[in-house]
Design a protein around this ligand. Structure first.
Ligand code: IPM
Ligand code: MN
Length: 348
């Protein structure tokens, strides 16, 4: 039997609750496949920071590297200054482990209510660049707190970094029935980075001649996500635009309680990381109210990444069936009840 070594970073707030259910479903999905799961819990997040002042040490990182994949719950807590855990833990993991493909499906499942009156068929995937852009922390401020303050955040876009994520997005588009790739940027204003992205998409298109390419400025993309989301198949975009678009994508497909994500290192030089798009939701933490579905769908992405495609499809099918029945249910289930129901469906 093959053993999957999984690093578990439950993190803060509802992270622990949703990860527990994700693991339950993962076990159920792998049952009978010959693959077993062994987990290592990593104590990272607000508790650790308060106790030790540490966010993510080199020792933590080395230990995490020894795993096949990472399942992450949520990071962030109001008791920790904004940015400390986000930069020092979550983004550090994405950067250090070279998660340059941040994959975020936008799929409206049957039975799920969208805030859009006529959403149509929504099934796209956002390939958000994960290691560059304004997220790298290239910037600084002078004369802070004075009327003469200047605060810069410089977006870093390298030919290497743009090309590798664009190639990955093309490959994903080529493998989908519609074979369509939309580049989202703002090259009428951000001319330097925008044109690098545009030229790169044009050049890589030659390797994928059957993929149709189009382009939208990010502001227009937000309009189409609301007025005609079915026009999208694969979207490729930079780190910050991707962050914003994927919250909008979540909103139109049933909310962040359902939105899954994968931080992928396609070269497999380090473990990839799977996490719900939502945060730690301190307002409802510890109450068993969080929807574990986003984590469970992230587990499906994990299974796909590990080549366990049958298991991944069974997890998605379980979620799809559960979502159809949810609308007619007479009461709202707890986090653990949803997890248990999904695991039972996966087990068949
Ligand atoms: C996300 C989150 C993170 C991001 C924050 C918490 C750093 O919003 O995963 O989308 O901006 O990437
Ligand atoms: Mn976000």
């Amino acid at each position: 039997a093959q053993a999957l070594r999984l690093a578990v970073v439950a993190g803060d707030g509802i992270g622990t609750e949703v990860v527990e259910q994700g693991l339950l479903v993962l076990e159920a999905a792998l049952h009978g496949t010959g693959t077993t799961v062994s987990t290592t819990d990593f104590d990272l997040g607000a508790r650790r920071w308060h106790a030790t002042g540490e966010t993510l040490t080199d020792t933590d990182l080395d230990a995490i590297r020894g795993h096949d994949a990472i399942l992450l719950g949520a990071i962030g807590d109001p008791s920790v200054p904004s940015g400390v855990l986000e930069r020092g833990l979550l983004l550090k993991l994405r950067f250090a482990l070279d998660h340059y493909v941040n994959l975020r499906p936008g799929r409206l499942y049957p039975g799920v209510t969208s805030p859009l009156a006529n959403p149509g068929e929504v099934d796209f995937v956002v390939v958000r660049e994960g290691t560059e852009g304004p997220y790298v922390g290239n910037g600084g401020a002078i004369r802070v707190g004075t009327p003469a303050e200047v605060a810069n955040e410089v977006s870093v876009n390298t030919a290497f970094g743009v090309e590798r994520v664009v190639r990955d997005a093309f490959a994903r588009a080529a493998a989908r029935p519609r074979k369509k790739l939309t580049l989202v940027h703002k090259h009428n204003v951000l001319v330097h980075a925008g044109h690098l992205w545009r030229r790169t998409v044009e050049a890589v298109n030659a390797e994928f001649p059957d993929v149709t390419v189009d382009y939208l400025h990010v502001d227009a993309a937000t309009i189409f996500l609301v007025t005609n989301p079915s026009r999208f198949d694969v979207i490729v975009t930079d780190n910050l635009f991707g962050d914003i678009l994927t919250d909008l994508a979540a909103a139109i497909t049933g909310g962040i309680g359902l939105a899954a994500s994968a931080n992928i290192n396609p070269d497999r030089t380090a473990p990839s990381m799977f996490e719900p798009v939502h945060g730690s939701a301190p307002d409802i933490a510890g109450q068993g109210k969080a929807d574990p579905t986003a984590t469970v769908l992230s587990v499906a992405l994990l299974l796909d990444h590990l080549g366990q495609t049958d298991a991944a499809r069974r997890v998605e099918a379980a979620v799809a069936a559960d979502l159809v029945e949810r609308g007619s249910a007479d009461r709202v289930r707890s986090t653990a009840e949803v997890g248990k129901d999904l695991a039972a469906r996966v087990a068949g």
